[in-house]
Design a protein around this ligand. Structure first.
Ligand code: DC
Length: 208
């Protein structure tokens, strides 16, 4: 069974994806990490983020080891990932990587921006997780503070809005809900309630 989970930055899709994967015994891939790793590879090698050829080469050469680097979780890397993710050649290189992961025998849970629309259009379950930008900024603010990163709420909110706009407006595989995705707004839900709502969607899909 493949479960595709999409949504904007800090919507809670990652937490949800991890919990669903653990619950159903499926491997999980946070596809945002792939884009973050390409951005980090580029910056570490001294290339600017707008060097599309270098970004494409970094995506083609991506190795799994890179996905464990703690720097990938930093705020600046989310922004950098969003920028390089608009490059079609980067997306093409990462598409194969993600489809291989999803194609294993047991299935998988993948979360990102274009899983239900492009990476796994035939996924058994498609969820689109969203929440009001202010609530997402509050969650991200708390998460960054827990990790010792200092950024004000206003800066994070501005980041989130800019990232939403960029991710949703790019020409290749923009952020959007698949026509057959179930949209789950978690603004008023805590993590347990969001999980129960998502699990109910999966259970319904299994019964069909
Ligand atoms: O989910 P995240 O915040 O780690 O993602 C970082 C950026 O990577 C996001 O702003 C856009 C890009 N991304 C993408 O274009 N497609 C995906 N499937 C996942 C992430």
């Amino acid at each position: 069974m493949v479960i595709a989970i999409d949504g904007p930055a800090a919507s809670g899709k990652g937490t949800l994806a991890k919990r669903l994967a653990a619950h159903y015994g499926l491997p999980h891939l946070d596809t945002g990490l792939l884009y973050r790793a390409v951005a980090l590879t580029l910056l570490d090698a001294g290339f600017p983020l707008d060097d599309e050829r270098a970004a494409a080469r970094a995506a083609e050469a991506l190795i799994a080891d890179r996905l464990a680097d703690p720097r990938l979780r930093e705020r600046a890397m989310g922004e950098a990932a969003s920028r390089i993710s608009a490059v079609p050649a980067v997306r093409a290189a990462l598409l194969a990587w993600q489809q291989r992961f999803a194609g294993n025998a047991v299935g998988a849970v993948l979360d990102g921006r274009d899983i239900g629309t492009v990476v796994c259009p035939d996924a058994r379950v498609k969820l689109f997780i969203t929440a009001a930008p202010e609530e997402r900024a509050r969650r991200r603010h708390r998460e960054l503070a827990d990790r010792g990163e200092t950024a004000t709420f206003d800066v994070i909110l501005a980041d989130i809005k800019a990232r939403d706009a960029r991710d949703a407006s790019r020409a290749t595989a923009p952020l959007k809900a698949a026509a057959d995705a179930v949209v789950l707004d978690t603004t008023e839900l805590d993590a347990d309630e969001a999980f129960e709502a998502a699990r109910a969607v999966v259970e319904r899909a299994i019964l069909h």
